[in-house]
Design a protein around this ligand. Structure first.
Ligand code: MRU
Length: 379
């Protein structure tokens, strides 16, 4: 997939590598991604010169997280346009790369719409590709702005719900800079609390099986200087029982019209725990993650991932240690079947609030969600 890789040693300081950027070297335009499968061991850039390469990067989770998938999808359409590939085919490939995060299809449609509109006005393919690129860049900027606004709304909500001003927040998966044009969704709220001096601790679920919490959120938390602790997903229950969690902050991959929230598998059990322990369960997501076309949670397609992700440990640390035979390190008998949904769905009655860039929705109702969306449908 990659023409080349750029490595940098991981230290305690930010490397300056962007999670995703458009570049135009003399050989032609490319989309450069920070390969999230290699974190935190090493910071390696993937250079995508074509759409199949980008699709592989999406499917292997080198680039991931709902808002960033939307941005990557839009740039992918632009890449096809400016490089003279079949743009319709590219758009279909990209939109179908992963099924659950609605942002991916949104970003693809946005750039494709700009491409088509330019063609309709008599532009040539190159000019239409430039229009798609402008749309992708606008989405990238809009996501950064949305991120900042979600952080402000989310912090105000935390302060209102938890007047003590010393918040212990539990989060799941990875929702920071690595998934966004800005500082992210749920993680951006925790970061805002940290900067305001009101985050006592961020509890980071490791997030089995691909460890987005351990590998990525801990990586971002360490760089921010906040107090954080990593826990196995299974330890969340006893943490709630000990009264150590004041709020749960998570992101979303798709929010259905009734307010059901699809997010990384393991989110739903946290919502149940939060309800039992009377702890606010807060979802932070841009309006682009709301999908009014999907009526309810049962209509959300949940991606099923290869069982190997559960039956083996994979990743750069495992390969570097020389475990496994080209694949991962087996942790179950050969031939074991696995159940490996990438996401689960939390019903609206378990969600205390949805924080968007347009404001906070609480209680979560279909009507409220429609009003919120009507206020703005992004770029
Ligand atoms: O499978 P992933 O790593 O793409 O899943 C990501 C998540 O579930 C995130 O929590 C979600 O996309 C929200 S990110 C703002």
């Amino acid at each position: 997939m990659a023409d080349h890789e750029v490595r940098s040693t991981v230290g305690s300081e930010p490397s300056g590598l962007a999670q995703l950027r458009w570049d135009e070297p003399p050989e032609g335009p490319v989309l450069v991604l920070l390969d999230q499968t290699r974190l935190p061991a090493e910071e390696v850039e993937l250079v995508c010169t074509d759409v199949p390469g980008l699709v592989r990067a999406i499917q292997t989770l080198a680039v991931r997280g709902a808002p960033l998938l939307g941005i990557a999808g839009a740039y992918g359409v632009a890449l096809a346009g400016v490089r003279g590939f079949d743009v319709q085919e590219a758009a279909a490939l990209l939109a179908g790369a992963r099924p659950t995060a609605v942002n991916l299809g949104y970003g693809v449609r946005l750039a494709l719409g700009a491409y088509q509109a330019a063609l309709d006005k008599g532009a040539g393919p190159q000019e239409a590709g430039a229009a798609a690129l402008a749309a992708a860049k606008a989405l990238h900027r809009a996501d950064a702005e949305a991120s900042a606004r979600m952080a402000a709304h989310g912090l105000a909500l935390l302060d209102e719900l938890l007047p003590g001003g010393s918040h212990r927040v539990l989060t799941h998966c990875n929702t920071g800079r690595l998934v966004s044009g800005g500082e992210g969704t749920a993680f951006a709220v925790a970061l805002a609390a940290h900067r305001a001096g009101r985050l006592r601790r961020l509890w980071v679920d490791e997030t089995r099986p691909l460890l987005q919490g351990a590998r990525l959120t801990a990586y971002e938390a360490a760089r921010s200087g906040m107090a954080y602790s990593l826990l196995t997903d299974n330890a969340a229950g006893s943490l709630f029982a000990a009264g150590e969690v004041d709020a749960v902050l998570i992101g979303a991959d798709r929010i259905a019209a009734d307010g059901s929230v699809a997010n990384k598998v393991g989110s739903y059990p946290l919502a149940v725990l939060a309800k039992y322990h009377h702890v606010p369960f807060i979802v932070v997501a841009p309006v682009t993650t709301v999908d009014l076309e999907t009526p309810d949670g049962s209509a959300i397609e949940v991606e099923q991932r290869p069982g190997q992700e559960v039956t083996e440990l994979t990743g750069p640390q495992v390969s570097a240690a020389g475990w496994g035979s080209g694949g991962g390190l087996p942790v179950a008998p050969l031939g074991t079947q696995a159940y490996n949904p990438a996401f689960d769905v939390t019903p609206p009655e378990l969600v205390t609030a949805i924080v968007t860039e347009e404001g906070v929705l609480s209680p979560v109702t279909g009507g409220g969600l429609r009003e919120l969306c009507a206020r703005s449908r992004q770029v």
